[in-house]
Write a protein that binds this ligand. Sequence first.
Ligand code: HEM
Length: 420
Amino acid sequence: MTAVGDTTGTTLDRRAVISLLRRLRSPEGQSNPQPVWHQLRALGDVVPAPWGGYLVTGYDVCSEVLRGRNWLVPDLAWQARQPNAERWQAPATQAVSRGLFRLNAPVHTSQRRALGNLFGRTTLDALAPLVAAQTKRVVDELAERICRDGEADFVPIVSDRLPVLTVGEWLDVPARHHAHILDFTHRQVHLQELLPTKSELAVSAQATADMREFFTGLIRERRADPGSNVISGWIRYWDEQFPGDPAAADETVYDLTMFITTASLETTATLLANVVWLLGRSEEQWQWLWRNPEHIDDAIEEALRYDPPIHVNTRIAADDTVLAGTPIAKDEMVHVMYGAAAHDPRRNENPECFDILRNGAHMTFGGGAHYCVGAALARLEARTLLTELLGRFRALRPVSAPTYAPRMVFRRVTSLKVTT
Ligand code: HEM
């Protein structure tokens, strides 16, 4: 049905795409996805996916999908229309699909309006000293470990912990629960992959049940003993929207708390690890930034462009449409490839070069109605951490390349050993 370049849609191309996607998921593809993105882009801006739907690889076309009115997120109504019940009607998939990123207007609009500017200037100013204190704490531990052992793993000591300490502080969740939250977040994410296996879906189902137990317990506690914290504020707001129906209010507060927590942790952790890997692997670059700290924000933006923590996001066609010359039927899926887009040389010249002063284009936080709610918080954490690290270490060198979880959608750095 499609015509991208002069070869797509053929058996040969289907095989080529399958093989590229396999490579993307492999350890080699995880540590260096750029050549795969390059080859996918060479097949066209819109490439048929082997399982149906399309991969969107070019910057401008990805941007058109994210911002266009004729593209929706695959919500529960769309999932109910799909023949693959095991994938789309699995209880865990359904539960997670009540989160913001799977809602369309008007429910999405009312939930976003209710949240307002979640991390506006006042909230960020209030959070900044807390983030600074937590950052100092984890970096102290990193320094001690390097001093003692000669090297340390940045991931468990710093990049996995700072986001959960920050969001935990913001939501007022005691530190004793943080390890549990991280654990179910890592397990739950499988169902957001493009082609989860049966056993991965089973792991996600258990994680979703654990999440529900934890967050409903937390909301019950906040309802019994309200305070001036974020969750109590949400309960008050949604009680007004659902007068006389506290169960409905609690359900909405659950969806928000669960989704915001899980959306914020692995993503920010990956950004923090990426920043250290991409800067630290060149001592010259680290020292340049040390001498020019006014470019810390530029370095973070380039890390966001160079290696987006989320590689793929999905939309569906609201109606029959044409995308970059490719006819797409109503309800068909398209997968926006953030990384491939940010490495599109038509948009960012010489894209494989990590260039702090590039001022490049990226859509790492998405775009349009679903633009990331926590972008400002993620940037605050990255800025605070990088400032602290540069103040502390004249060099922070990776001992070896990072290792990654074998994923295509949510990127996760599992280990990054560093030394000074
Ligand atoms: C580097 C860190 C982060 C990255 C790369 C990231 C990326 C994204 C992306 C790509 C989207 C989807 C946008 C779209 O569909 O167009 C998104 C949505 C979202 N993010 Fe983030 N995010 C990060 C951190 C955070 C943090 C810290 C929070 C909250 C504290 C957060 C909360 C959300 C929420 C609630 C949504 C759903 C918005 C909606 O659908 O309306 N994210 N994020």
